[in-house]
Structures are given as C-alpha cells and as structure tokens.
Design a protein around this ligand. Structure first.
Ligand code: FAD
Length: 574
C-alpha cells in the first residue's frame, strides 16, 4: 500500500514522540513503530532526566557541560554538549507544562537528586541535578508525550516494522515497512524521514535493554552507505541484577546506596575518592571487574553487592518503588534488609548514525548532510556522550534533539518536496522478506543470535584486547556465513515473529561487525572502550571519532575530528 505525508517519523519512544509533537499541526506527519508506542524502551528508564535548574542548590549549565565532556572522556563534540545543557532547562519546564508528574520539593519545585558524574563547580562535589518521577521517569515521559500526541491527532502506524529507507539520487524520499498484523508491505513517501529507532544492546547477552533493541534503523542506514560513528563505545552499567542484566537505577546510589565486595568493603573509596559510588559508569564497571578478578567478588563469583540497607526504608519505598518490586519479584529479597547482587550489564550505545545539532544525518568527515534524512535519540550520534554517557543525559538528549530535529524539518519542508519514487522502491525490501519467508536452511536464527550475544559478551565487553577482538571478528565471519543458511518454520503473514527475529538478527550482525572493527582499530582506552593491551588514553593518535561505512559490501574505516571549544582534554580523576 502507498502512503504520502510530509514527514515520516520511525520510532515512537521519547525522541520520536517529542519530534511528532513538535510537528503536529504544522506538517502532515506519520509515526511508525514496531511496538505499541508506550512499550518503547524509553518507558523503562528509571533514574531521571537532568538539567541545571538549581532547585536544591546552586547549579549552572556550564558545570553540566563540563561534567558531560569530562564524563565522555573528551570525545564529545563540545558545541553539541553546550546545546544539550543550555536547552535542558527550558526542556524540563516544557515537559512539566505538558503535564509530567515530577517529584517535588516541599516548596513545590521540581525535586532533584544526585547522579553519577554530575558535579558542582567543575568537579568539586556531587550536585543535585537529576529531575525524576520516583524511579519511573521514562515511563512518565513516554506517557506524557504520547497523551499529548493523541490530543494533537498525530497519525500513528502501530506495529509497523521498518524494512528499508528510500534514497533516490542522494535524496531521502521515504521508507518501506511491514505491517505486522497482516504481513502487508507499505511504502511511505515523504521528503523528510526521522529515524528515532533506539539502541542495539541486544548485541550482548547480559543487557538491560528491551528485546526490541536490535539496531534496525542504524543497520538500515549502514546498508545505504551512511556511516556509523563511534560504534566501539558501548556503555556497561555497573548495577544490573546478577545473571539477568535487569537494571537497578543509578538513582539507588544517588539516594545513598553503596557498592561492597566480599569483605564488605566500600571499594569505590579506593578508586574514586571524591565521587565514590557516584563516579561515572565506565569506571565503576571496570572497578567491579577488577574486584572480581582479584578474588573479591561475592563468594568468589563475578558479582558484587549493592547495599541499600542503611537507607531509610521510607526513602526506598517512596523514591525507588519499582526497584524494590523488581528485586522482590526476581530475587525474592527485601532491599531494605538484604543486599542486591549486581554485575555490569550492557546498557547504552554511545555510537550511532552521525548527525549535526539539528538532527540532520551527515555522511562524511566534512559533515555533508543527506537531504531529508534525520536521526535523533539513542540511534543517533550527535555526539554529546562521547566515549561514555553520564546517567540522565539520554532522556535529555532524546527530548532536546527530538525537538530540534522537528524544528529543522519544518524549515527544510519549505524547499524539500515529494520527488518521484524510483521504480520499485519497495523491491529490495520485498525480496528480503520473501527470501526469509521461503528459507529452508538448517541454521536456526535463535541459535545464531545466542552465539552472537555470547561471543560479544566474552570478547567485546568491559575489558577488551586484540586477541579477544580477533576471536570475535572470526566468529562474526562464521555467523555471517551461517546466516545465509537459515530456515524458518512460520511461513504465515500474521504476526510472524520468525520473520522479524530473522531480520533483527541480521541487523545485530551488521552492527556487531562495526563494534568489533572500531574496537580493534582503537588502540587506546577511553570511556566505555577499555583495551587491556593499551590501557592508556592516547590523545595524540585517537582524539577523533571513528566513522565506519559499508562500501561494496566491505566495511571501511575513517575518522572525523572532535569539536573542542572550552574544555581541553585532561586526565580524568574523580
Ligand atoms: C532499563 C533502562 C533504564 C534507563 N534509564 C535511564 C535514565 O534513568 N535516564 C536516562 O537519561 N536514560 C536512561 N536510559 C537510556 C534511555 O532510556 C534511552 O537511551 C532512551 O529512552 C532511548 O529513547 P529513543 O527515543 O531513542 O528510543 P526508544 O524509546 O527505544 O524508542 C525506539 C522506537 O523505535 C521503534 N523501532 C525500532 N526499530 C523499529 C523498526 N524496525 N520498525 C519500526 N519501529 C522501530 C520502536 O518501536 C520504538 O518505538 C535507560 C535505558 C534502559 C534500557
């Protein structure tokens, strides 16, 4: 079926909905999502969204910028970081006015709490900067934005799975998607397309990410010759529930929780004497790994304890109710009385589709835009998070850059127009779907996916070295070959999850290859990328962004300079 609109937004999480709301009433917009909008991953975000409101103590957006750049190990583009931190303040009030039920101070202001890496006066001490709605901030953002979109009559295509991007003569002209309910393939013709398709943490086995986090948008962009920026930087969050990866928010430490090893020692005192348990995530994840390796994991195993038992139980119940529920449900323990077993869990993709500060996708080191193609949210790389994102900066990123992309699209629409579609614009997508639907090979998609995730956990996780990464590279070659021999069982058209899981696994494979190539090439340690064989940061050779492109089926590596304005790279201590 054929549809025509001014804009197609793919993704109905925080970034997509924020953009849709900004466009509503000003342009004809269609929003596609492979899950019902309120099931998007934004809804699982717990801890908070930050802005230097200064409601609890003095704070300034310039301090927030500094923390973000230092937290990102100086790989952030500082012009973009300034946009993020400056806009943050208006953005939080915008969300408040849309009806978001933030927690309040006794005076009725938006309450704020501590979060890792956020400090006052350029690193002197932790600062209250994270605005929150208990420990379900993302849920509240998603519900608030969705309800406002419904009020504005935004047109949603729920449970439509993006299959392809239409680019004709270097100009974006729409997308092709599969309607999951019927198996029908639809063409959406529009001069402006915004990808807001979220992250790709399902490339790993132990992860906090939703099952839907398979990087579809990023992989499809790569197939069209758009580079992926900085894929080697993947964040591991220190406190996933042991063996399950389910997240225990950093807000738990923001409220006073501490990490302990098998001897009961608060080991962060040794690693980060100023910020302690509120040091950035990349550091704490590595420190947990070191504790475990030196035999100080609990019972000699690969986890440590998160201790909330010294907190006032009323604070735990009031400010961390969902966490309390999770650990009771999954572990059968009461966090006010027993410690929670935790280990690092794959959490956030710092890399993604390169964009400028207006969400325009840029395809080379000179930042040349691809007309009509935009990206925002976790699938994009602006880059405000550099080599390591600070907690609460992503919910901020999706709202700030979702909105900015929409504003630029409105300007672009004054000249951007519907051009004729290429003949058979949906041809490649149809061919791919029928290839999978008729596949009868002996390889099972679920097995390939599990092997991929195990391989990435073992070889491209918190600690990396050349040998591990080469092992991963060979395994990926093998998996890619085996993927051409898959066979699926369901040949139906209604909610065919065999089909979509095969497509998603193909996307994960594409992205895994870029993570491993980027990591092998980057012979230094910076932020979320740690090489045991190159343990130091090497600004002389690697203070630059990676750009990986697919050219004639092969990956090629390039670079782009980092924008440095006020903050010169320094050694990171906390
Ligand atoms: C457990 C957890 C807790 C977190 N807590 C915090 C926090 O407290 N603070 C913070 O700042 N950040 C947090 N984060 C990170 C943050 O929540 C995410 O980075 C952010 O919400 C991503 O928003 P998004 O709009 O980019 O993507 P999402 O909200 O994931 O939305 C992606 C959308 O794309 C759609 N989509 C994807 N693929 C396709 C396809 N093929 N076809 C059609 N549609 C598609 C999906 O249906 C979905 O609607 C957390 C993340 C996790 C996993």
């Amino acid at each position: 079926m054929y549809h025509k609109s001014d804009v197609v937004v793919v993704g109905a999480g925080g970034a997509g909905l924020m953009a849709a709301l900004e466009l509503a009433g000003k342009a004809d917009v269609a929003v596609l999502s492979k899950v019902y909008p309120t099931r998007s991953h934004t809804g699982t975000a717990q801890g908070g969204v930050c802005a230097a409101l200064g409601n609890m103590e003095e704070d300034h957006w310039e301090w927030h910028s500094f923390d973000t750049v230092k937290g990102g190990d100086y790989l952030c583009d500082q012009d973009a970081v300034d946009v993020l931190c400056q806009t943050a303040i208006d953005n939080i009030y915008h969300l408040e006015h849309l009806g978001l039920p933030f927690n309040r101070t006794p005076d009725g202001l938006i309450a704020q709490r501590f979060f890792g890496g956020h400090t006052k006066d350029y690193g002197k001490a932790p600062v209250h900067r994270a605005c929150y709605a208990a420990d379900r901030t993302g849920h509240m953002i998603l519900q608030t934005l969705y309800q406002n979109c419904i009020r504005q009559n935004v047109r949603f295509y729920d449970e439509y799975h993006l299959l392809d991007l239409i680019i004709n003569d270097g100009v974006c002209q729409g997308v092709v998607a599969l309607e999951l309910r019927t198996g029908e393939i639809h063409t959406f013709h529009a001069p402006a397309v915004l990808f807001a398709t979220g992250g790709y943490g399902r490339v790993y086995k132990i992860t906090s990410n939703a099952l839907t986090y398979t990087g579809d948008g990023v992989a499809i962009a790569i197939r069209h010759g758009v580079p992926i920026e900085d894929p080697e930087f993947f964040q591991f969050h220190p406190t996933g529930i042991y063996k399950m990866g389910i997240l225990v928010t950093e807000g738990a430490r923001g409220e006073g929780g501490v990490l302990r090893n098998r001897t009961g020692e608060r080991f962060m005192e040794r690693y980060a004497p100023t910020l302690l348990d509120l040091a950035p995530r990349d550091m704490i994840s590595r420190d947990i790994y070191l504790e475990v390796r030196e035999g100080r994991g609990i019972d000699g195993k690969d986890y440590v304890h998160l201790d909330l038992t010294q907190l006032d139980p009323a604070v735990v119940h009031e400010k961390l109710p969902d966490i309390t529920d999770f650990v009771e449900t999954y572990l059968g323990i009461d966090p006010t009385k027993q410690m929670i077993p935790v280990q690092p869990t794959a959490h956030y993709a710092m890399g993604g589709i390169p964009t400028d500060v207006d969400g325009r996708v840029v395809v080379d080191e000179k930042n040349t835009p691809l007309p009509g193609f935009y990206a925002a949210g976790e699938c994009a790389c602006v880059s405000v998070h550099g080599a390591n994102r600070l907690g609460t900066n992503s919910l901020l990123d999706i709202t700030v850059f979702g909105q900015r992309s929409a504003r630029h699209i409105l300007r672009f629409l004054k000249e951007g127009q519907h051009l004729p579609l290429p003949p058979e614009a949906d041809g490649p997508a149809r061919a791919e779907v029928s290839r999978v639907l008729s596949s009868t090979g002996e390889e099972k998609v679920a097995v390939l996916r599990a092997e991929l995730q195990q391989c990435m956990d073992d070889n491209a996780g918190v600690m990396r070295d050349a040998e591990k990464l080469r092992t991963a590279r060979s395994k990926l070659v093998e998996l890619r070959e085996r993927f051409t021999h898959i066979g699926i069982q369901d040949r139906g058209l209604t909610y065919n999850t065999d089909l979509t899981e095969a497509l998603e696994t193909g996307n994960l494979l594409d992205i895994a290859e870029t993570i491993v190539l980027g990591a092998l090439n980057r012979e230094e340690s910076r932020g979320g990328h740690y090489r045991e064989d190159f343990p130091k940061r090497d600004d002389a050779h690697f203070l630059k962004h990676t750009l990986i492109k697919r050219v004639d089926g092969k990956l090629s590596l390039g670079y782009k300079p980092v924008v440095i304005t006020r903050f010169q790279p320094k050694e990171r201590t906390y």
